[in-house]
Structures are given as structure tokens and as C-alpha cells.
Design a protein around this ligand. Structure first.
Ligand code: SF4
Length: 567
């Protein structure tokens, strides 16, 4: 079933009240890839009545009042992407298209959607039920953060939005606890994964530099971000406090999830379709309609990525039987063509990978798992993933299983027992013409700033992959992603990346993106403060034209390139 989006559906369900109303910046797709659907359906599974208001009109009450007020709380998310990243390019130009909006026209999600939607609710319901923010925008803007659009540090979005709470990270467990607590008139303030505003300081906390201090002092901003990052793992994190004006933002420690909990959460049926009342094609559905999530979390630790502070460094994986059940339900979908578009998570090949130390006491704060090389503590065995892929391939009704989540070459090459077999399986069975890889850069110093290893293992992966592709007579390519103008990149370093591409890769990169300083990543901290993770000065390119130029250099385009070649 779909969650209701109209009173007509609510009546059909025989509901005379709604517990939770979710307001979202995306079109409502009932899919395991949509936070709205996952949280809504998870609450529904546990007996709560949930309705959805998707991409409401923000100028009138015509959408926001359709259900009246909820019995327990409002849940707001900006959509699958931070609204400013969804609405603007890395160089600040408005984006015309949106994959999460019907017909692709990007005109339905306001900038700073959480602030706008909270204001919309408060405009029509003055003293309403609690307003809870969630999703990626809330998660990454939960403490003071650098805001690329205004080139300023902003305070926690909880202050700016005038909402009551944030649930950050993976929301299923804390949102359920929150709903139960409200239903039973219990205190919600001890719920893990929750942020709230307090007039008083509480005990046993880590005090972050005040908002007003980090606004003035970049070194204090850097210190704040380090404390924030060090306290983002469920095993070891403390409660964080940030004074803002005369009040305090309190961030409770993150929630702990494990493989069994992920199986329980994943045991929900989805329609894998856009709600029928929403008119127009929603492009995102094409990518996710027959894709399957095998795991969450990432221990990659790339500086430009916020996954670790959102999903955590610990990878949690579903059992094969849980995934098999989901694939069988896809097979039974009307019109299914036998193709699973992807099985993966934030990365294509971290399924079931564990580190004993991380399992027991959380990830190391002062050490990366994959940088400068793969840590021996990490079990990089690809056998469980090979078993999973084999099992899914063998399901009746499945013709092809593709892997389109990005693959970490270093992990595959590090696994001396099953790594080669994995690359063989990928080349033989799991590529639909193009394999996606993300070297991101080829300049040694830029890679260091990204906390990515050098490209030796990437080249080794490509060599083995091509060998197997030839063996199986497959005419298939590797598509590479690069980032231009990342902290530390200069004109010469962009050329270094281009030269690497020319020397080692037999294609020109189509996918070069200019670095976007998304909130709450180490790269963004560097971009704003001019300091790398270790607190040393780092080169930052802020000039828009030069950022574009670096992109052209990497792609091998533009006048500058011809001049350079001539030289
Ligand atoms: S021991 Fe190694 S793999 Fe384990 S958490 Fe620490 S850095 Fe990561």
C-alpha cells in the first residue's frame, strides 16, 4: 500500500485521526530509497497512522492543511538531497532539472526547505504538535555549519527553522522511540540520535566552541568540526553541546544499529512506484525501481563525503535471505523485465565487511580504515558479496543483476583470496556496458587532502577487469568520476590528473564535477577554514572561473589546454 496523500485515502483506510504527518521536498515515491517512505512505513508497521504531504505549495494553506493537525507530531524532510544542493550547482547557478520532481522541472522544492516548511506549518497552526526535522538536510546542518550559498557559517538549523527537534542519521529506531514516547506522554529528550534546544547545560557532555565563537574564529570552527566528527560513532560518542546565543543545542549520541536490526527494518513491502495521485514522470524512479540496498554505512572516510556523519563508519549488512525476499517481491512486480539495476549501498563492495575493533568499541578516531592504505584490522573478504550476487542471479525470473554503486578498487585488490574472483564476477555478470569507478583525482597531494589512496590499486583493478572483459568477449567500459577544484587543487594539479587520464585511461572522463562544499564534511571544513584535517594550511580555490577552468583542464577541453599542450 501507499501512505495516504489525501483525505479521500485516509477515509478509505477508516482512519479518524493521523498520528504523524510527513512533509517532504520530494515527490512521494514508495521505495526503500526514500526516507519518507521508509520512516512512514516503519511507523505504520508499528501501529502508527502516517500520511504524507509531498512538495506542498508554500504560498498558501491549500496543501499543508489537507489533513489538519497530526495527533503526535509533524515530520519534515527536505528530500533525498539537501535543498540547496538540489537547487544550485557547485558554481551557484540554479538547477533547472530535478529527478525527484514530477516532469523534472525544478520548481517545487524551496531553498532551505526545512525552514520554509516549518514556517508554513506554524503560519497555519500556531501552537501545534512538535515539529521534528529529519533527512540529510537536518542531519548535516544539525550544529553550526558552513553554508556555501551565503559563504557564511550558520547556526544549527534547529534555531533557524524554529522546529522542536532533529533526528539525525538513520532515523527508523529513534523516530519510532519518539512516536512511542509522545504516545505515552513520556520524556523524549533522552532518545539517542535526537537534537533539541535547552536553556540549561546538562552534565557529562562535550562542549563544542560556541556558535558565536566559530563565527569569528576559523581555528575554533576547525576545532568544533573535529570534536563533532570524533563524536559521530555510536560506540564512543558523547552528548555534544553548542551554546548559541543564550541557549544550548544538545546533540544526544547516535543510535546503534546492527545487521539484525537492518533486516527487521528492511522487512517492509514497498510499491516501488510514485504515488498514483502525483501526476508526471519522476525520473529518480527509473534508477531505484529495481535497485536493492544490501548494506548501509561506509568506512571509506573520503574527506568530501558526509556518509560517515550520517550513516556511520560501521557497515551494517542485510542477510542474504532478507535480500532474497525483496528480490522475489520485485520479480512478482507487474511488468518486471528481469533486471535488477543495482545491489549495493554507499559503495558497491563493502557488503558484510567488518573490523573486530570497530564492532567492539567503535571506529578509530585518529586513523582511517582505508587511508593511506587498507588497515589490516578490516576484513576485506569479498566472499559474502560473491555468495549474495550468485544467489540473486539464481532466482527464478532474474535475467541480469547489475552493480552500479561505486566500487572501491583498493578493497577488491587488497583481498588476495577473493578479490580477483569478485572482479571476474563483475566483468562477467554485473556490468551494463559501463562500470562506474571514482578515482576522483590523480594528483598525489589532492588525493591526500581527499584522504584517498594513490591510484595504484585503481589501475590494477582496471587491468584485471579488462582482462576478464576480453576473456568473456564483453565490449564494456569503465566510466570514471573526478572532482575538480577540491581543496589543495591548483592549475598544475588539475593538469596532473589530466595527464594521468591521458597516460593510463583509454577514454576521456565524462563525469567531472566541481567540488561542492556540502555541509559537515572535512573537505568543506578545509574549504572554509583553509586548514586541512591536521590543522595545516591548505590551498583553496574559491574563484568560480578558475574552478570551471580546472574542470576543463581535467576533461582536456578549452583554450588553456591547447596552450598547455603546445608548451
Ligand atoms: S582498526 Fe583499522 S579498520 Fe578497524 S576501525 Fe580502526 S582504522 Fe578502521
Amino acid at each position: 500500500m501507499f501512505l495516504p496523500v489525501s483525505m479521500e485515502e485516509v477515509k478509505k483506510l477508516g482512519w479518524d485521526y493521523i498520528d504523524v504527518i510527513i512533509v517532504t521536498g520530494d515527490a512521494y515515491i514508495d521505495s526503500p530509497f526514500s526516507g519518507t517512505a521508509v520512516i512512514g512505513k516503519y511507523l505504520l508497521k508499528h501501529g502508527f497512522r502516517v500520511a504524507v504531504i509531498s512538495q506542498p505549495d508554500t504560498e498558501s494553506d491549500k496543501d499543508i492543511t489537507i489533513f489538519g493537525e497530526p495527533r503526535l507530531f509533524w515530520g519534515i524532510n527536505a528530500g533525498c538531497v539537501d535543498s540547496l544542493i538540489a537547487n544550485y550547482t557547485a558554481t551557484g547557478k540554479p538547477r533547472k532539472m530535478c529527478d525527484f520532481t514530477p516532469n523534472g522541472i525544478n520548481n517545487k522544492r524551496p531553498d532551505r526547505a526545512l525552514i520554509v516548511y516549518t514556517g508554513l506549518i506554524r503560519r497555519f497552526y500556531k501552537n501545534t504538535k512538535p515539529i521534528l526535522l529529519g533527512g540529510i538536510e537536518a542531519s548535516l546542518r544539525r550544529i553550526a555549519h558552513y553554508d556555501f550559498k551565503t559563504d557564511k557559517v550558520r547556526r544549527s538549523i534547529l534555531f533557524d527553522s524554529k522546529a522542536d527537534y532533529i533526528i539525525y542519521g538513520m532515523g527508523e529506531l529513534p523516530v519510532l522511540e519518539f512516536a512511542n514516547a509522545l504516545k505515552n506522554n513520556e520524556n523524549v529528550k533522552n532518545i539517542k540520535g535526537l537534537c533539541y534546544i535547552s536553556k540549561e547545560l546538562c552534565d557529562n557532555t562535550v562542549i563544542l566552541p560556541h556558535y558565536e565563537e566559530v563565527l569569528q574564529d576559523k581555528k575554533l570552527f576547525h576545532k568544533m568540526f573535529k570534536l563533532f566528527s570524533d563524536n559521530s560513532q555510536a560506540h564512543s560518542a558523547k552528548t555534544l553541546v553548542q551554546k548559541t546565543g543564550d541557549r544550548y543545542l544538545i546533540q544526544n549520541p547516535p543510535v546503534y544499529y546492527n545487521d539484525d536490526i537492518l533486516d527487521e527494518i528492511s522487512d517492509i513491502e514497498f510499491e516501488r512506484a510514485v504515488h498514483p495521485k502525483i501526476e508526471g514522470k519522476v525520473k529518480a524512479l527509473e534508477t531505484i525501481k529495481t535497485s536493492v540496498i544490501s548494506h548501509r554505512g561506509c568506512f571509506g572516510g573520503c574527506s568530501f563525503c558526509a556518509i560517515a556523519v550520517h550513516q556511520g563508519r560501521q557497515v551494517i549488512s542485510r542477510s542474504i535471505s532478507s535480500i532474497e525476499k525483496e528480490v522475489n517481491s520485485i520479480v512478482n512486480m507487474k511488468g518486471f523485465n528481469g533486471i535488477i539495476s543495482d545491489i549495493g549501498g554507499p559503495t558497491g563492495n563493502m557488503y558484510m565487511m567488518k573490523c573486530k575493533k570497530m564492532e567492539k568499541s567503535g571506529a578509530c578516531n585518529h586513523k582511517r580504515c582505508l587511508y593511506p592504505e587498507v588497515c589490516n584490522g578490516m576484513n576485506t573478504d569479498h566472499k559474502p558479496l560473491l555468495n549474495l550476487l550468485e544467489k540473486i542471479r539464481s532466482i527464478k525470473g532474474i535475467k541480469k543483476v547489475f552493480v552500479t554503486s561505486g566500487i572501491r578498487a583498493d578493497l577488491a585488490v587488497h583481498d588476495k583470496i577473493n578479490g580477483k574472483k569478485y572482479i571476474e564476477a563483475i566483468a562477467k555478470n554485473h556490468v551494463s556496458g559501463q562500470l562506474k569507478m571514482a578515482p576522483e583525482s590523480a594528483d598525489e597531494k589532492v588525493l591526500k587532502a581527499m584522504k584517498k589512496p594513490d591510484n595504484k590499486s585503481f589501475l590494477e583493478f582496471c587491468r584485471i577487469y579488462k582482462e576478464y572483459s576480453r576473456k568473456f568477449h564483453k565490449n564494456q567500459f569503465i566510466s570514471c568520476y573526478f572532482i575538480a577544484a577540491h581543496p589543495e587543487e591548483s592549475e598544475q594539479k588539475a593538469f596532473n590528473t589530466h595527464n594521468f587520464i591521458e597516460k593510463y585511461l583509454d577514454f576521456s572522463p565524462e563525469q567531472v564535477q566541481i567540488f561542492t562544499p556540502a555541509p559537515s564534511t572535512w573537505s568543506t571544513c578545509a574549504y572554509y577554514t583553509g586548514l586541512d584535517e591536521e590543522g595545516k594550511d591548505i590551498y583553496i580555490e574559491k574563484h568560480l572561473n578558475r574552478k570551471e577552468k580546472y574542470k576543463e583542464i581535467i576533461m582536456g577541453k578549452g583554450k588553456i589546454h591547447k596552450n598547455y599542450k603546445r608548451k
